[in-house]
Design a protein around this ligand. Sequence first.
Ligand SMILES: *[C@@H]1O[C@H](CO)[C@@H](O)[C@H](O)[C@H]1NC(C)=O
Ligand SMILES: *[C@@H]1O[C@H](CO)[C@@H](O)[C@H](O)[C@H]1NC(C)=O
Ligand SMILES: *[C@@H]1O[C@H](CO)[C@@H](O)[C@H](O)[C@H]1NC(C)=O
Ligand SMILES: *[C@@H]1O[C@H](CO)[C@@H](O)[C@H](O)[C@H]1NC(C)=O
Length: 635
Amino acid sequence: MFLLMIFTYVVLLQFSKTTTAQQNPTLNYCTNYASSSTSYLQFQTNLNLLNSSLVSNGSVNGFFNASFDVRNPNSSVYGLVQCKGGISMGECRTCLQTAGENIIKQCANGKSAFIRYENCLFRYAGDNFFSQAKTSPINLMPGVDDASNVDVFSKNVEGLMNGLTANAASSASKFQFGLANDDTNSLDIYGLAQCTRDLSEKDCLSCLRRMTDTVYVSCRGKKGCQAICASCVVRYEVGEFFDTSLLPPFPPPPPTSSPPPNPTGGKSSMIVVKIVVPVAVGLVLLSAFFGYLSWRKLTNKGSNNSGNNNIESEKYSLQFALRTIRSATRDFADANKLGKGGFGVVYKGVLPNGQKVAVKRLSQSSGQGSEEFKNEVMLLHKLQHRNLVKLLGFCFEGQEKLLIYEFVPNGSLDKYLFDPTNKACLDWERRYNIIKGIARGMLYLHEESRLRIIHRDLKASNILLGDGMNSQISDFGMARLFGVDQTHQETKKVAGTFGYMAPEYVVNGMISMKSDVYSFGVLVLEILSGQQIINENREDSPKVLTSIAWEHWREGTASQFLDPCLSTGSSDEVIMKCLHIGLLCIQMNVEDRPTMASVMLMLDSDSLTLAIPSPPPFWESENLSVVRSGSATSN
Ligand SMILES: *[C@@H]1O[C@H](CO)[C@@H](O)[C@H](O)[C@H]1NC(C)=O
Ligand SMILES: *[C@@H]1O[C@H](CO)[C@@H](O)[C@H](O)[C@H]1NC(C)=O
Ligand SMILES: *[C@@H]1O[C@H](CO)[C@@H](O)[C@H](O)[C@H]1NC(C)=O
Ligand SMILES: *[C@@H]1O[C@H](CO)[C@@H](O)[C@H](O)[C@H]1NC(C)=O
């Protein structure tokens, strides 16, 4: 059973074993001043005043805010500093001085800037930002290892962090530590939540929730994670990341008044201890912060604010109002219908700003709750690649669940490939580009994005063609998310499209990146032949394209497999290479299939010697759900 204990933090914690010199910043940003020079000179004068005021007063009790020239909006300046707890005034001062120096270096002519180190933060702006939460950019720092029972672990993390978040927001110190025991995984989970002290309870809470939402989604199953923005920070770790000997002894029974929300329902019991904090300690508490950043050393390399660690998780800005979408699609008019997929009907729409969008109206049977849904969208929004259709946002109101995508002008690949007149415009050059685009997009989904995504339903109708017939993969949103160490998972619900599905998927419901590779191979064969994988009207037998391709390959008549409208010639070799790669991808044995990375390598190289493909699975042409051994067609 899950037991959660929350301690109110009343002593200075020696977070960091090493109080070394200045670290790299863990977060910084800058916006540049773009106004007339006279007011900028005045602004700089005020900034200098602010600088010395913050540095000298901030080191006294670890938190200070000040403002200058507030009557004149062109030159006013507001600033605040905060130091971590458990460091001396001298160390605090040193950190603030460095911050004051570097914030100027890194943000010349800045109108607003922020920098955060292990020991302190420094923030200024031309506008009054006091008491307002700034929740982006976010520096998200996920740990490396995964818990074994992800579901239980995530639940415990969420229970812990939701409790800490509520307590931190309501406390004067805006700071809370806690511990949860995950008995299923035999792990102790330590957590922390903290806001800058100028925030109200409500704003602190909403800031922390944004951080925890990000952490829950992007670090699901990770044994440690933290999310940092200008106004608040959350962190959890397996194992101590602060000195527990400094926590108060085992807590007395909790008071009965106003317990924090218990997010895991009856499953966990929560003991909450509130200790009256003496004023003197309270003052010190003001400064308790940032110690958890000792863990930062692990990630210092990637923390210079340039890499993908900084994410904009603007979940709320991704939200579209239903009435906007209704008017954009003319109330989901039939005339605006673009097509129907497995998850709902897709409509074309035009937003008030003139932008064209595709709106996927999800079938109402899908039982995802609002938070789950938003998290999913936030995740998918983060996947950005030129070969993926861009998700712009969502709408979740009443019974309606909508996904709003960028409109891709040229429709889907199947509309060209299998249409006798349209296919002519897909010359080899274009088909080759489409194949490479799909491969790049799939490689991104499998290996290069932060999340490993298995598409599960790669097929011609899910490849959209953009400007210049550039291929963009769609519908990847429905993919199941994979942890770093997982390579496959079982699924009872076989949801792909027959013919594209790998045999192990059809028979055992096993999906993996290699089942996507199989679908990719089928797609390549379709692009080469201009024929659908399954076509009941096909004259020659067998009816399944994979077998036809294999027969031709074996008999040395591969050119007869190709779409007659492909003019051959100088590109013959490349076409044969693609056929070869396609066959490698559809091999019966999962291990024999290449990864998307090696597919990309093979496509890009002219000199690579490709492996000899073994026969693809033999599909009974009458009943496609039966698979015989792959060797059935070989001699
Ligand atoms: C803060 O520091 C400045 C010196 O930079 C000093 O003039 C001022 O009195 C101090 N106190 C406050 C509340 O600003
Ligand atoms: C410091 O911030 C508070 C709001 O949190 C504000 O009321 C106060 O005026 C600020 N102090 C200065 C000197 O600007
Ligand atoms: C601020 O600057 C704008 C244009 O730069 C000017 O029109 C305005 O009068 C200025 N305001 C003050 C209070 O100086
Ligand atoms: C703050 O003062 C230091 C000198 O103490 C100076 O190097 C730095 O540029 C100043 N920073 C700002 C933001 O004015």
